[in-house]
Design a binder for this molecule. Sequence first.
Ligand SMILES: NC(=O)c1ccc[n+]([C@@H]2O[C@H](COP(=O)([O-])OP(=O)(O)OC[C@H]3O[C@@H](n4cnc5c(N)ncnc54)[C@H](O)[C@@H]3O)[C@@H](O)[C@H]2O)c1
Ligand SMILES: Nc1ncnc2c1ncn2[C@@H]1O[C@H](COP(=O)(O)OP(=O)(O)OP(=O)(O)O)[C@@H](O)[C@H]1O
Length: 288
Amino acid sequence: MDVAVGIVAQRGNERAQRLAGTLLETLERDHGADVVVDEATASAAAADATDETDDLPGVAVEEMADRDLVVSIGGDGTLLFVARAIGSTPLVGVNLGEVGFLNAVDPADAEAVVTDLVTIIEAGDPVPGRDLVRLEASAAGESWILEPALNEVLVHGPRRGHSGGATIEIRVDGTQYVETHADGVLVATPTGSTAYNLSEGGPLVHPDADALVVTGMAPTEPIAPLVVDQDASLSITVSNAPEAFVIGDGRNRRAVEPPVTVAVSTADEPGKLVGPESNVFEALEKLE
Ligand SMILES: NC(=O)c1ccc[n+]([C@@H]2O[C@H](COP(=O)([O-])OP(=O)(O)OC[C@H]3O[C@@H](n4cnc5c(N)ncnc54)[C@H](O)[C@@H]3O)[C@@H](O)[C@H]2O)c1
Ligand SMILES: Nc1ncnc2c1ncn2[C@@H]1O[C@H](COP(=O)(O)OP(=O)(O)OP(=O)(O)O)[C@@H](O)[C@H]1O
């Protein structure tokens, strides 16, 4: 079978775009793979006629959801952006970013890793990888459901900082944990525990732990970060503020009108990261 691959390179990053072109050429030549790149990369290549990535077939990232494999080349932000668009499609991240927690593959190894994955898919063998739990959120009385998030869902008042908070009540399976004034609260997955959660004083959650963590953001009375089961039903009520926001992975944002109760739970479909696994402890050293 012809393996269908999508490649997304970080917008504006020439090195990522060049690597996308090289990968496309190798996969087409050596595997007869059917390869497309994202529209921004295709336009950048077309604009630079002397570039080896001239005339790449470009599609919207959302259209890569039916591919056998999608490769993200960039930093964590680029991988989160791709993951949002493709749902549970197998995704591998090549790290050209500053931190690169989610991107386990060094650019020097990208060709070898991606061709190995394509060979495995061609053979119909199980692709090595991990399911990553994702979070979704909805607000009582509203019809939207926040697109699943790999890192965290944040619920906060009008803005961060002085006089920007709200009264926040957190309930777990219907039982009140705490009610206090705070900038907001975040619910993080193990994947997201190294991101915003960590800077708000939340704990690291090992990737193998089936847990979620609930961390207060600048509460007036300290809230102990709470570890809950991934099946827990979490509800966060925001009141005493003119407006509030529900935000997934820093990008998907919904405005809500307090008083409002936001339910956060795990999504049915996990994200699927394939290829080698990042060493979280090594990656943490980059943050210091
Ligand atoms: N104060 C903070 O620590 C802070 C602030 C904003 C966003 N973030 C994180 O960035 C993510 C993306 O938001 P954005 O697109 O607005 O910002 P962004 O893409 O600019 O990312 C912000 C930083 O968070 C890092 N990051 C992202 N996911 C990570 C993870 N799982 N583990 C460790 N570091 C990670 C990125 O490498 C980057 O350095 C959010 O999900 C949030 O967790 C963190
Ligand atoms: N190919 C692309 N097409 C469209 N938008 C893109 C593309 N690549 C990145 N983006 C946008 O840029 C954002 C991520 O870029 P960002 O500058 O945060 O870089 P990053 O991947 O986190 O790397 P770094 O670690 O260098 O910051 C995504 O959320 C998305 O909005």
